[in-house]
Design a protein around this ligand. Structure first.
Ligand code: GLY
Ligand code: MN
Ligand code: MN
Length: 439
């Protein structure tokens, strides 16, 4: 089966919406991602800039999209020229003709001509929409082009007077996912879930963390996907390190294993964490803490529906976790006070989720007008409470040490509630033990 992709008409629709929102008199400039050198002649694998890709679907570096409402050519794409020699060495290029024919540009020209053309496109435009500060080299070029227009003021040319952050308009669009985006995200969730199931089935004492990472990446690539972020495969004490990525230790009998790994498909991320025993069977302490995190996650997921505010799920998770920690004797005190004074932060130090989309920590404001944003259909958030009890935790009985649990799912807000995009990977104690043959 082919990987799911966003169809060309969707990119055209996105550009149309943006053209209408910025309106006549405006111009938007969106550069492709720069290539990052890794060592000598080798680059890091190229990942297109999410904003640029959202508007163009164009996968190459060294490109700039210009959207000019009311212009005879409203969507201009500057890109690399076809070049048989370069293409033999480095891969195919669309060229300006391909940019028009395959990517819907009204006009395309070689990126080498942009310095000549751009000042003229800025002339007599009132507003420039551009995300300043992310690409310093491109920032300087924008200022050069602007100064060239200003220099012509005595010949009656007006230079733009307003600079507006493009991300403000564009990220509101990206926050609400279309049907086509959701189809891709469901597939990214399904493939990621398959990878987690494979890791659970392969796991046993003595296996190396990186061997399970290999099973995960194998599953992504078999489905035409890549990784959305470097995989975290941490056993025992390693699971207490939130962004552990060395993945180079053997998995030990009696330890829990935390895997935070997910696929990116056609530019869209999943983000899934599961925690399970290396042997396939939870110890009593592991079972208790796991059950508590799962209860917190279920309480949080119940808050994901239209009208609920973004922070409600975090509040629900914090309350469940704090109550449970007091019951287990891991926190001492009164629940409300422990919440107010953030006593739980010793064991739960991160937030309960983040927007998910093209970026794993996706764009979109969390507060609007000073209040937490209300969920609307089409938004996707992760829900990922956890508890981390490192080795040597003072005042905590030894039997709890090195237990770390995080459970993370990807949750779409629907008209009537929510849909879990990552549901195909088991998460109850019974389901995990049954899958791993440890029950
Ligand atoms: N995998 C990154 C995160 O969970 O936020
Ligand atoms: Mn996450
Ligand atoms: Mn994650």
């Amino acid at each position: 089966m082919f990987a799911k992709i966003i169809p060309p008409q969707e990119f055209a629709w996105r550009r149309q919406v943006l053209l209408e929102r910025i309106g006549e008199g405006a111009i938007a400039l969106v550069p492709a991602a720069p290539q990052a050198p890794r060592n000598r002649d080798v680059h890091y694998p190229f990942r297109q800039d999410s904003d640029f890709y959202y508007l163009t679907g164009f996968p190459e570096p060294e490109a700039v999209a210009v959207l000019a409402p009311g212009n005879e050519q409203e969507f201009l794409l500057f890109c690399r020229e076809r070049d048989p020699l370069m293409e033999t060495w480095h891969g195919r290029r669309a060229g300006p003709q391909g940019a028009v024919e395959r990517y819907g540009a009204d006009h395309a020209q070689p990126v080498g001509e942009i310095d000549k053309r751009l000042p003229e496109l800025l002339e007599n435009r009132q507003r420039v929409y551009y995300s300043i500060g992310y690409n310093p080299a491109f920032d300087r070029r924008v200022m050069d082009w602007l100064n060239q227009v200003r220099a012509k003021s005595r010949s009656g040319v007006r230079a733009p007077v307003e600079f507006i952050a493009l991300e403000h308009v564009l990220h509101e669009m990206r926050l609400r996912k279309s049907a086509a985006e959701l189809a891709v995200m469901r597939e990214a969730g399904r493939v990621s879930a398959e990878a987690h199931v494979r890791a659970m089935q392969t796991c046993k004492p003595g296996v190396m963390e990186h061997e399970l990472e290999a099973e995960i990446l194998y599953t992504f690539m078999r489905h035409g996907a890549g990784w959305a972020y470097p995989s975290i495969v941490g056993g025992g004490a390693n699971a207490c390190i939130l962004h552990y990525t060395e993945n180079n230790a053997p998995l030990l009998d009696g330890d829990l294993l935390l895997i935070d790994a997910a696929a990116e498909m056609d530019g869209y991320a999943a983000d899934i964490t599961r925690t399970f025993p290396v042997t396939g069977r939870f110890s009593p302490e592991q079972r208790m803490l796991y059950g508590l995190v799962l209860a917190a996650q279920q309480a949080a997921i119940a808050q994901v529906r239209p009208g609920k505010r973004w922070n409600d799920m975090h509040d629900a998770a914090v309350r469940t976790l704090t109550e449970g920690l007091v019951e287990l004797g891991l926190l001492i005190g009164e629940v409300d006070k422990l919440i107010e004074e953030e006593g739980y932060k010793r064991f739960y130090m991160h937030r309960t989720g983040h927007w998910l989309g093209m970026d794993v920590h996706d764009v979109g404001d969390y507060k609007v007008g000073g209040d937490w944003r209300a969920f609307e259909p089409g938004m996707v958030t992760t829900v990922e409470p956890g508890l981390y009890i490192p080795f040597g935790s003072e005042g905590v009985a030894e039997r709890w040490w090195n237990i770390a649990v995080r459970i993370e799912d990807d949750v779409l807000v629907t008209e009537s509630g929510h849909e879990i995009l990552s549901a195909a990977v088991p998460k109850t104690v019974d389901a995990i033990e049954a899958l791993m043959g440890g029950g």
